[in-house]
Write a protein that binds this ligand. Structure first.
Ligand code: PMP
Length: 416
C-alpha cells in the first residue's frame, strides 16, 4: 500500500463541512451564559435539555460558596500530581465521604472520569487477563481495555445469555473482568446487574460498573444502579464522574483499600498528571454532601424525567425503555434527526443529537436529559416545541409517511 501522509485524512475529512452548508451542524456550540436549566447560545435563551447537571448543583449557593472559599484558601491550582504536591486534605475527606456514600471500602479520585476508567482498568488488567465488555461500554473503558493489553471479548448489549456463553468458553481462565455501564449514556437503559452479578460469581470474574450517569439519578438517595439492584456489596469496582450530578469535573473509583493503594502507586493516569484544582475539589465535596443530605433532589430529577417521558410517549414519540434522567427520542435517519435537532434548537431547546455508530443508522436519536431544578413551566414549554417540530418534521402526527421521500432526497443531496 502506498505510503500516506498523516494529514491526508484531515484534508479529506468533509462531513462536518457538508452538515454546516446544510445548516444542521450541531456540535461545539459556545454557550454565552448559563444558569443551569437555561442557557444563552447565539444570542437567544434556550431550555437546557442536553446537560448532565442532573441535580442542578452547578449554580447551588452552597456549592458556589465552597468553590469560592477554596480559591481563597488554596489558590487557583494544585500545580502537581496527587503523588507529589497535589494532594490536599480535602482529597482525603472527599475520598472517605464518597466511599461511605457509594458503599465501598475505599475510593480514589482522579482528574477526570475518563482517566478513572482508563487508568483503573488499564492498570489493573494485564495481557494475561480477559475483559468481557458490553458492546456499548463508554469510550473511557474501551481505552482502558486497549491500554491493558488484555484479551477483549465483547458481548451483545445487555445480553446476559451472550455474556454467559462467552464466560463459559473461558471458564478456567484465572484473570477475568466484566465491565459494564450502570446507566447507558445515550439511551438511559440500565445494565441488568441482578443477572450479571450471579454470572460474575459463578464464573469467578471481577465486576466493574461505571456509574457516571447513575449517581444522583437512581438507587437509594442517588447511590446508583448497584444500589438500585441491591448488589453494591457484590460489585468489585464502582467508577463514576464528578462532571454530571456532582457539578464539576473529575472521577472516582470505589474499590477495596488494597486496590486503591496499588493504583495510587501504579496508575500513570493518576501519578503523572496534575490533580484537579482546589475549587473543583470543594465543589465536588459540597455537591456530594447536598446529594447525601437532600434526597428530594434525586426524587425531583426522576419525577421531571418520568413526566417528560410519559408526555412524549403520549404524543407518539419512541423513548425506548429508559428509567433514568436520560430520555432518548428516536427520530430515524441521520438527515431527519439533524433537521429535527436544528428546528428544536431554533425554537429554543438545546439537546444532544446522537449519530451512528452510537445508534443504528435508521434509528438516530436526540438525547434529552433532565434536571432537578427545571420547573414544570420549562418542561411544558419544551413539550410544546416537541409537538410542533415533531409534526412539522414528520416524526409524529399525520405527516409521518408523506415526509419519508423528503428525507430520502435530502440524504442523497447531503451524502454524508
Ligand atoms: N463514563 C461514562 C458512561 C460517561 O458518559 C462519561 C462522560 N461522558 C465518562 C465515563 C467520563 O467522565 P468525565 O466527563 O468525567 O471524563
Amino acid at each position: 500500500m502506498a505510503q500516506r501522509d498523516i494529514f491526508e485524512k484531515c484534508v479529506a475529512f468533509k462531513r462536518h463541512k457538508v452538515a454546516k452548508e446544510f445548516g444542521v451542524y450541531p456540535y461545539f456550540r459556545p454557550l454565552v451564559s448559563s444558569e443551569g436549566h437555561r442557557v444563552v447560545i447565539d444570542g437567544k435563551p434556550r431550555i437546557m435539555l442536553g446537560s448532565n447537571n442532573y441535580l442542578g448543583l452547578t449554580h447551588h449557593p452552597e456549592v458556589l460558596a465552597a468553590a469560592k472559599k477554596a480559591l481563597d484558601d488554596f489558590g487557583t491550582g494544585c500545580t502537581g500530581s496527587r503523588m507529589l504536591n497535589g494532594t490536599l486534605l480535602l482529597h482525603e475527606t472527599l475520598e472517605e465521604e464518597l466511599a461511605d456514600f457509594i458503599g465501598t471500602e475505599a475510593a480514589l479520585v482522579w482528574s477526570t472520569g475518563f482517566m478513572s476508567n482508563s487508568g483503573s482498568v488499564g492498570t489493573l488488567c494485564t495481557r494475561k487477563d480477559i475483559i468481557f465488555a458490553d458492546r456499548e461500554d463508554h469510550a473511557s473503558l474501551i481505552d482502558g481495555f486497549i491500554l491493558s493489553g488484555a484479551r477483549l471479548v465483547r458481548f451483545r448489549h445487555n445480553n446476559v445469555e451472550d455474556l454467559e456463553r462467552k464466560l463459559e468458553a473461558n471458564r478456567d481462565h484465572p484473570g477475568k473482568l466484566i465491565a459494564v455501564d450502570g446507566v447507558y449514556s445515550m439511551t438511559g437503559e440500565l445494565a441488568p446487574l441482578d443477572q450479571i452479578v450471579p454470572l460474575a460469581q459463578e464464573y469467578n470474574a471481577r465486576l466493574l460498573v461505571d456509574e457516571a450517569h447513575a449517581i444522583g439519578t437512581i438507587g437509594e438517595g442517588g447511590r446508583g444502579t448497584c444500589s438500585h439492584f441491591g448488589v453494591t456489596k457484590n460489585v468489585d469496582l464502582i467508577s463514576g464522574t464528578f462532571s454530571k450530578s456532582f457539578a464539576s469535573m473529575g472521577g472516582f473509583l470505589g474499590c477495596p483499600q488494597a486496590v486503591k493503594e496499588y493504583l495510587m502507586h501504579h496508575s500513570r493516569q493518576l501519578m503523572y498528571t496534575a490533580s484537579f484544582t482546589p475549587s473543583v475539589l470543594a465543589t465536588v465535596l459540597a455537591a456530594l454532601r447536598i446529594t447525601r443530605d437532600q434526597p428530594e433532589l434525586v426524587a425531583q430529577v426522576r419525577e421531571n424525567a418520568a413526566w417528560m417521558r410519559s408526555e412524549l410517549e403520549a404524543m407518539g414519540y419512541n423513548c425506548l425503555s429508559s428509567n433514568t434522567a436520560v430520555v432518548p427520542i428516536v427520530i430515524g435517519p441521520v438527515e431527519q434527526m439533524l433537521w429535527f435537532n436544528k428546528r428544536i434548537f431554533e425554537e429554543g431547546i438545546f439537546a444532544n443529537p446522537v449519530l451512528p455508530p452510537a445508534v443504528p443508522t435508521n434509528a438516530c436519536l436526540v438525547r434529552t436529559s433532565y434536571m432537578a431544578t427545571q420547573k414544570r413551566a420549562d418542561l411544558v414549554e419544551a413539550l410544546d416545541i416537541f409537538r410542533r417540530v415533531g409534526e412539522e418534521v414528520g416524526v409524529i402526527g399525520p405527516n409521518k409517511d408523506a415526509m419519508k421521500t423528503h428525507w430520502e432526497e435530502l440524504a442523497q443531496q447531503m451524502a454524508i
